[in-house]
Design a protein around this ligand. Structure first.
Ligand code: NAD
Length: 399
């Protein structure tokens, strides 16, 4: 039986048992009203949600004015829906905010082709973020280290007092480690605070903790403290996704060509950066749609791409024993389903509702899967039609 037929039978079975699927045939051909109807049914949206979507979920001046300084207006970016995502056997319609044509179509296509082998499997670590305190002009490193470590429990308790609610949820500061740095100006000691931030991105939580414990460290060590700030390289908050694209679907030539394209990205940094940019096309668009800090995710992703070794692709491709293409992605994704503007911005609130992610970990797994689908689809386009065909068809609509 052909793979397309197998997939269709699965689709019919799901419809029979009334299970919601994100594989909506010809979603892009539906009218705006029909698209909203599909979304409403899939995500149990209310009439009020639909009204807000139709009215472009506008930020009021009052809300915008509370978010940043010197507000004069707002800028709008299209919010679209990527279809076909099946992640850990759960169907997702993924909201993506982007101004770049063909990004949403490409992600949907990568996800559609991955469904033939069960979609994406994704995992993530605990949401542990790192905060840093910089102590400068250290003379006796050993003595200062020992003084801080003697007060470790006191400092962790003090940090946790800043967010009792987070602690009640099972999160909070869990460890503190020291690192010495010999710099051109002086010897420094860095206090790294590890915090489980649960469903928040965590920057405010951590910065508040750091600013509270820093004066105590100053007293304990009798040394000057300079910076107190979160690190955006969150190597303990990782997300992983994997998908298999069948050779019967892609064709052996396309698989070989994708693997050659991947080798190019592994060796030549001018290509690697563009390869990773393609991944971030997807991840940033979900971050923006859900009101997350996409600058933090970008900084962390590129930092991780050169952590330990030279700057490298964030995705990995190889053939399995059936000669299918296997794609994997592994990167830090510090995101929240709570905090920041996730619960303030009307579009972000609606995007999270459509997505239905129950936790920040789940959101990070979705974003890793989108990044992988995006990268796969870009590689596939590059080794077949070239990128401009799809881009320009969509671009022409604008012109
Ligand atoms: P936040 O300040 O809104 O804090 C989240 C709060 O929600 C916490 O106090 C916590 O007690 C509470 N909470 C309720 N339910 C929770 C749950 N299930 N899990 C976790 N917390 C829960 O948000 P934040 O995530 O600390 O900060 C994110 C914001 O900080 C973003 O807007 C980001 O742009 C900004 N920021 C980023 C940087 C950076 O370097 N990346 C620096 C400063 C600020």
């Amino acid at each position: 039986m052909h793979f397309f037929q197998t997939e269709n039978i699965l689709f019919q079975k799901m419809a029979f048992f009334n299970k919601k699927t994100s594989k909506i045939s010809f979603f892009y051909k539906k009218t705006y009203q029909e698209k909203l109807e599909e979304l409403k049914n899939f995500a149990n949206l209310t009439e009020q949600d639909i009204f807000e979507l139709k009215n472009l979920a506008q930020l009021s001046f009052g809300t915008a004015d509370k978010m940043v300084e010197n507000v004069i207006s707002t800028i709008q970016i299209p919010l679209g829906i990527a279809t076909n995502f099946l992640i850990n056997k759960k169907n997702y319609l993924v909201p993506m905010a982007t101004e770049e044509p063909s990004v949403i179509a490409a992600a949907s296509n990568g996800a559609k082709l991955a469904r033939f082998s069960g979609g994406f499997t994704a995992t993530s670590t605990q949401p542990i973020m790192i905060g840093q305190i910089q102590i400068i002009n250290i003379k006796n490193i050993k003595e200062i280290k020992s003084k801080i470590l003697q007060n470790k429990n006191f400092l962790l308790k003090l940090a946790n007092k800043q967010d009792i609610f987070l602690q009640k949820l099972g999160g909070g500061a869990i460890n503190l480690k020291l690192k010495t740095l010999k710099t051109n100006r002086c010897n420094m000691l860095i206090v790294n605070l590890f915090v489980n931030v649960k469903d928040a991105m965590g920057a405010n939580i951590i910065n508040t903790m750091l600013e509270k414990i820093a004066p105590e460290i100053e007293k304990i060590t009798n040394h000057k403290i300079l910076l107190k700030i979160i690190s955006n390289l969150s190597i303990y908050r990782m997300a992983k996704a994997k998908a298999v694209w069948k050779k019967e679907i892609l064709g052996q030539d396309t698989i070989e060509n994708i693997l050659d394209a991947y080798e190019f990205a592994k060796i030549d940094i001018f290509r690697t950066v563009t390869h990773n940019k393609g991944i971030m096309n997807g991840i940033d668009a979900v971050a923006l749609a859900t009101g997350n800090d996409f600058r933090a995710i970008e900084a962390g992703a590129h930092g991780y791409a050169c952590y330990k070794k030279k700057y490298a692709p964030l995705t990995h491709y190889y053939k399995n024993k059936n000669q299918d293409l296997v794609g994997k992605i592994y990167l830090p994704i510090p995101v929240g389903t709570i905090g920041g503007i996730t619960n303030i911005h009307p579009s972000a609130k609606l995007s999270l509702k459509i997505l239905g992610a129950k936790s920040a970990c789940e959101l990070s797994q979705i974003m890793a899967s989108v990044g992988l689908a995006q990268n796969f689809a870009a590689l596939k386009a590059l080794v077949t039609d070239g990128i401009q065909k799809g881009h320009m068809t969509l671009h022409k609509r604008k012109l």
